[in-house]
Design a protein around this ligand. Structure first.
Ligand SMILES: [Zn+2]
Length: 248
């Protein structure tokens, strides 16, 4: 029922009267009602920054730069102190309360991805770190074939926050459900070297278990120099992700 209340706010209608009715076995943590307005305005402002800087640049934009861009462009609204505080809270909180047990990969919300450390993969809008990540990716393409491509590479804190917040939105405010399919902003291995691959022409199916039925996936499994980050029933509490290549 909380989902309906949340969607009601999103849609601007008034269905919130039936909020807070939960089945006893449901241990999901939902976004607090008091946080919903600030959450939604933060989502919009991050999306606006993405539109301004472009999809590629947004993959590696820092938190501080995001705030600056929002403040600098007249067509955007700067983030308020309350919105910054909310983003900090969501970054620094302990996600084990949502059933997520992965390792922290980024210590500071202001972490920077240096341009000289990354390489833009032609035709994808995505980046890889120079060195081990880039070398492994190129070796994978050589071994599996060019029907395989990069579907997501380096992600900054803000990029991961954007994906995580959109996931929370799509679950109607169920943070537990969101954290099962997307690492919280301080916990993504994309921020330190992992990447996602997919089969050309498969679109969104590349991010479903169907990817595990492709020839490309089975070829990947035979390569000794890479492995799968999120296997079935992994200890991190993340869903099975056959497309996510473990590098770090
Ligand atoms: Zn991934």
């Amino acid at each position: 029922m909380q989902r309906r209340a949340f969607l009601g706010l999103v849609l601007g209608s008034a269905v919130s009267a039936v909020a807070n009715v939960k089945s006893p076995e449901d241990t999901s943590v939902w976004m607090a009602d008091s946080d919903i307005p600030v959450f939604l305005s933060v989502c919009d402002k991050i999306e606006n920054v993405k539109q301004i800087v472009g999809f590629g640049n947004f993959n590696i934009i820092s938190f501080d730069e995001t705030l600056k861009v929002a403040a600098r462009y007249s067509q955007l609204d700067a983030f308020s102190a309350k919105e910054v505080e909310f983003m900090e809270k969501m970054f620094y909180e302990d996600p084990s309360q949502y059933g997520f047990y992965g390792k922290k990969t980024v210590d500071s919300i202001s972490a920077i991805i240096k341009e000289e450390d990354v390489f833009k993969v032609h035709g994808t809008g995505h980046y890889l770190f120079h060195g081990h990540s880039k070398d492994s990716f190129e070796r994978v393409i050589k071994d599996v074939g060019d029907s395989l491509y990069l579907t997501s590479g380096v992600r900054s804190v803000v990029k991961q926050m954007n994906l995580y917040f959109n996931k929370i939105k799509s679950t109607g405010g169920n943070i537990t459900e969101a954290a099962h399919s997307l690492a919280p902003p301080a916990y993504s291995y994309h921020s330190i070297g992992d990447f996602d691959v997919g089969k050309k022409g498969w679109g969104y199916k590349n991010f479903t278990v169907s990817f595990a039925t492709t020839r490309e996936f089975w070829r990947l499994r035979q390569l000794s120099y890479i492995s799968m980050r999120y296997t079935i029933n992994n200890q991190d509490g993340v869903r099975f992700e056959p497309w996510h290549v473990k590098i770090v």
